[in-house]
Design a protein around this ligand. Sequence first.
Ligand code: WQD
Length: 339
Amino acid sequence: MKRILVTGGLGFIGSHTVVELQAAGMEVVVIDNLSNSDVKVLDGIEKISGIRPQFEKLELRDKLAVQDYFNRTKVDGIIHFAASKAVGESVENPLLYYENNINTLVYLLQECNKHHIDHFIFSSSCTVYGQPDVLPINEDAPVKQAVSPYGNTKQISEEIIFDTCNATKVQSIALRYFNPIGAHSSTEIGELPIGTPQNLVPFITQTAAGLREELSVFGDDYPTKDGSCIRDYIHVVDLARAHVVAMKRLLQGNNETSYEMFNLGTGRGSSVLEVVHAFEKVSGVKLNYKIVGRRPGDVISVYADTSKANEVLGWKTEMSMEDALASAWQWEKKLRGIA
Ligand code: WQD
């Protein structure tokens, strides 16, 4: 049985990926610093899969702790989620993002090289594209100046991995996520933002649940169909399943080059206001929202050309944005004890 380390494995995408890896018959070990996750997520994972992954709280910014961990933990592959990921926050606190997203990647790759862990899946992002000139965006698009420090950390990270794969035996796949939303159908795991949600959908569900007074829509004066920003909202379970496919590709040696990257999106763009109205439709809840000013760091419109992942990985999304919104609402209602 292959043993896979999932960093940030108690986080939103990480926990959903742990469950899918277990379903695929892999042993999963998890490290997380619990800065944006809760150790109770382990209970949810166990309730779904019947298997409680081995977990260790670990601060990846602590190089000695990382070295110690790998001296006593043998794994066949790593899926690296652990990072800070809020676009708006990165504009306000760039150094937090450069330290937490870059230093930790270097320490992990040093351990991969030292311990011959040659299969490395990286959690990248569509924010590496900046504001694309052409949409939908494909993996060959020219990398443009990132619009936020968060996006810049992902661009830099991909370059670090590319150079590492050229110089060592490490083989890697970068998965460029678009906007992950939703929750596992069991409602045992889902998005658990600590404090005020930075992302759109958890803010919507918390508003609908009465935890937030109203949603602020960050701008309706963009050059888009209804003036609000456009994104590609992908169900987190579809996204998680792509990680299993990518890890199997590396473990079986089916990758064509030492460093590959794939867009993980639905291929459809939806505006903020379209998401709001779709949520109202699937939940039956009228959402309280107001239009406010633009948020620094936002791109106007981005959505995926998914043909490479469809054709090369043999992966495609199976659930719609509406399915994801409905699952997010079911999860929120369970969290708050709403019938
Ligand atoms: C979406 C839209 C906001 C909150 C995310 C992840 C990032 C990366 C890309 C994976 C924007 C608007 C938001 C609110 C709003 N994914 N919005 N009111 O910025 O696209 O980035 O996807 O790596 O990690 O964070 O997502 O949900 O913050 O914003 O109007 O209260 O919703 O302006 O147009 P974003 P988001």
